[in-house]
Design a protein around this ligand. Sequence first.
Ligand code: ISL
Length: 656
Amino acid sequence: MGRQVSINHYTINSSIGRVLKTPLGADLLGSFLRQAGLLHLRRVIFNPLVKQLPFKALSLLAPDKIDNDLLSMMCRKINTYAQTETIPPDAAEIRETWWKEAVCYQIYPRSFFDSDGDGVGDIPGITAKLDYLQNLGIDIIWLSPVYDSPEDDNGYDIRNYYTILPRFGSMQDFETLLQGVHKRGMKLIMDMVINHTSDEHAWFQKAVEDNNSPYHNYYIFRPGDTSPPNNWRSLFSGSAWSPVSTGSDRKSAEQYLHLFSRKQPDLNWECAAMREELYRMIRWWLDKGVDGFRFDVINFISKEEGLPNGNEKLGELTGFTGIENYLFGPRVHQYLQELRRETFARYDVTTVGECQGLGSEMMRYFVHEARQELDMSFNFDHVDPPGAERLKGYVYDLNDLKQLFISQTETWGNSSWNAVFLENHDTPRMADKVGVSEELRDHFAKMMGGLQLSFRGTPFLFQGQEIGMGNPGFESMDEIRDMESLNYYKEKLAEGADEDALKAGIFFGSRDNSRTPLSWSDEEQAGFTQGQPWIRVNANFRQRNVAKQEKDMHSVLSFYKRMIALRKERRELVYGEYHFYGAAQRNVFAYGREYKGQSSLVVMNLSDKPLRLPRSVRRALEAAQKKAETALSNYEEEPRTRPLLTLRPYEFRIYC
Ligand code: ISL
């Protein structure tokens, strides 16, 4: 579906304006400027006169970062899309459905709750805490991988899709969990990692044992035992190629592609038999009764034919040379449509794709309802600040998040839906990215929850967010477990990096920051385990934990419960149109939501200082206060003035 021959053709001589009119052109350029720290040039580029210049003129703006090669590559991609894919018109109204109304919660099983004292969270541990999740108001649990795995990447390296990792429990334990979830009226979606497997998966083992085995075509091999076949870099440092270790015979020596660690070989989606095996496995899980999937790096599955070298300039910029050859790959939509047709199309389930590098324009190709691919996507533009690198440290400006969220809502339309997240297992805790002081942490945590739960898009909370957990404050490399951080440390040290600065960056940005155990109580090891936890617990667990917050009606946890309940009562918070107020003013984030005659107003101060409200916001506030049935804020004391003239640091108020 959606195929159409088009006469559109773009070259570096096409006008900037014309290129920007295409979804891919707009997004590629947008994320390029973001990554290059050139967002200030947006104004220049969108100037009507500049828009008339040829696309190649962009290289004059930042010759060190943009060259004609890069621009030609962008044009080639834009042409492919223009010729093969279309975004159908939007429906006149939003279609209402359960997964748009749901509140989701991501569980990172290793760190959720340990039931057997081995220091690692497990499936019975999750079952034991289902009442907690139900009380919080959670509808859907997303479970990070629990499949059998050597755990090179904490389970994102699957050895067997049909079995459960013994330290997490048995298949019986999984079934008990699923029943417990369903009994409570909740749903469970599985993480599904199908861009790659573990190198210990039987398919890969057979593939390397015998070049003539049908499994050889399940992965991506190229001849050569010394230098890599192309310049692609792994997302986890070093080359994206590794030699097959059993290759003693020089002639048959081969390298295999792994976009992630060397223990995560990429699957060859060109191979129909491989795809069929994956579909069979996914149907097996569906028949077991799971309610959908979160697909890991699903927009990376289709690789450019011939695996050409990546553009060096783009490589320098992103750190991932070659990325343009698998981001928006040539057959990604064909595969996604097939995946849906062959598996979940026949079940009432939901799907969310992890789509790094996807902007809000391109997103519609993946989630527009008429295209029959995915229901929602996780987009990542807002995860790190423009041009910043997580492992080097940064200060996050919430105004950037505001701008991105506002511009996203403009492009979604009625037929595309999205997943809204602020934290997950791959990024430090939000309060630490922003650098929030200790005394404002609760206010901040509530404000972020208020924002996430009053925005359009299905909210995905990450465990610990509901009590305002922060980074644990790592102090030594011995505390770090994540292979991404460890590889990076080794590589940069070898390159001669300053060790203290290197460590500081890792302690700030390591993915381990969000992977420490959920603080359940003030008991030993935060009540997470009776044993020695696999990674340290947060030092402040005696002050900040679930048990304590459950007893306190003013806690972050209580606020989350109220906000979740409010979202379920007020359909405008799910489906409503937006009206933004005072959007141009820094630190003011204010919006009205309206749906079928009901309306709500949200106002926020994104800064740690008092904020004087602009007149447009004050007027909207006054009107909302007059007619509101419910009001909720993250401050216990009522404001002193009415009408409100200023907001306190990180103040959040909602009127419905
Ligand atoms: O954290 C990152 C590396 O810099 C991200 O780029 C991350 O690797 C990317 O978002 C893909 O994430 C997913 O796939 C990875 C896995 O390690 C992550 O935990 C998972 O969320 C490989 O399966």
